[in-house]
Design a protein around this ligand. Structure first.
Ligand code: F6P
Ligand code: MN
Length: 357
């Protein structure tokens, strides 16, 4: 059975190695200099203030419970949909609702938060009048993947709470992405991973189930500047603007077209999963403007999808834009505002934008 480890205990490691010399302990151990840092010291190294560290730990407490519930699938009785729709007309999954309630309760009880806004809430929800921060979140992104046991995740974005505004004033959330003090997502995949930035680089953490905390596994992740991989829902092709149609057509022409190289395509249908792949090995991800539903030209939400991903991608040296400009410079007009998104490897995003000039 796995036991919690003392991370500095090289004696224990030597003992294990002498008993099972052929086994490589590559997980959370201080093994052969492979020491993993816990979350709080990693954040202190980036000079994150203590109250923000406490808020981040609160958010992560919720993600640990969601990770457990997601992994229980049918055993937890939470598969399938509720009979409701959220404010955006999307069918709510049972796990969407549970994850939202969990997040909301834990954040509002914490005392750190003046208000929250969520994909699953019609408007913002007031917290502590004296809370220093406001949090926007998508409790379960990619929730259509729940029923097929595929990738899903939680996305969050933290801003400072403006002074002089009441906790029940949704206008507090009308702050551009460039004012975020922290953004991240937790991916509930084969391992539970946290990807987070507080403005000092984008770092990867893995949830270590042996001691119940997140451990830093990669500091200052960098998106490769060039790529041969793209992610877009191709079934919408005929509804895109001509510029995006031309760009993607040239990608498809591969080494027989103007790009003179072959591209590969991937689509997980959960933004967290697609963005994670881009962060790991480069690529371009886009949900462009389309005319499929005239009243809704964009799909992704600014406050709890595009902005946090933009912060993470830019901190990793990539770009995150619309066809008209930088996502994080958009001044929001409403909590559930939707936006066009083009993000990923710097040179590829620039290549895409060149079609709009
Ligand atoms: O939250 C919206 C979302 O589920 C994203 O996570 C994902 O990128 C996109 O929608 C998938 O869209 P589609 O259903 O068109 O594949
Ligand atoms: Mn989502």
């Amino acid at each position: 059975m796995l036991k919690p480890y003392n991370y500095d205990n090289t004696d224990a490691m030597q003992k294990l190695t002498s008993i099972w010399p052929n086994i490589k302990y590559t997980t959370t151990l201080n093994y052969l200099g492979n020491k993993m840092q816990r979350l709080a010291p990693a954040l202190r190294e980036d000079n994150v203030p203590l109250d923000l560290i406490s808020l981040i730990k609160t958010i992560l407490a919720a993600t640990k419970e969601i990770s457990f519930r997601v992994s229980q699938a049918h055993l937890g009785g939470l598969m399938g949909s509720t009979l409701d729709e959220n404010i955006q007309g999307e069918v709510q999954k049972k796990l969407d609702v549970v994850a939202n309630e969990l997040f909301k309760d834990i954040l509002l009880e914490s005392g750190f938060v003046k208000a929250i806004s969520s994909e699953e809430e019609d408007t913002s929800v007031a917290g502590d009048e004296y809370g220093k921060y406001i949090v926007s979140f998508d409790p379960l992104d990619g929730s259509s993947n729940i029923d097929i046991n595929s990738l899903i995740g939680t996305i969050f974005s933290i801003h400072k709470a403006p002074e002089g505004m009441s906790a029940d004033d949704p206008d507090m959330f009308k702050q551009a992405g460039n004012k975020q003090v922290c953004a991240g997502y937790v991916l509930y995949g084969p391992s539970t991973m946290l990807v987070m930035t507080t403005g000092s680089g984008t770092h990867f953490y893995v949830l270590d189930r042996t001691h119940g905390g997140y451990l830093l596994v990669e500091r200052n992740v960098q998106v490769p500047t060039e790529t041969q991989e793209f992610a877009v829902n191709m079934s919408n092709q005929r509804f895109w603007q001509p510029e995006m149609q031309n760009y993607v057509s040239d990608l498809l022409l591969g080494d027989t077209g103007p790009r003179a190289k072959n591209f590969n395509m991937r689509w997980i249908a959960a933004m967290v999963g697609d963005v994670h792949r881009v962060l790991c090995r480069g690529g371009i991800f886009t949900y462009p403007m389309d005319t499929k539903k005239t009243e809704q030209p964009y799909k992704l939400r600014l406050m709890y999808e595009a902005n946090p991903m933009a912060f993470l991608i830019e901190q990793a040296g990539g770009l995150c834009v619309t066809s008209k400009g930088r996502i994080m410079d958009i001044e929001p007009t409403s909590i559930h505002q939707r936006v066009e998104v083009i993000l990923g490897s710097k040179k590829e995003v620039e290549a895409c934008l060149s079609y709009y000039k």
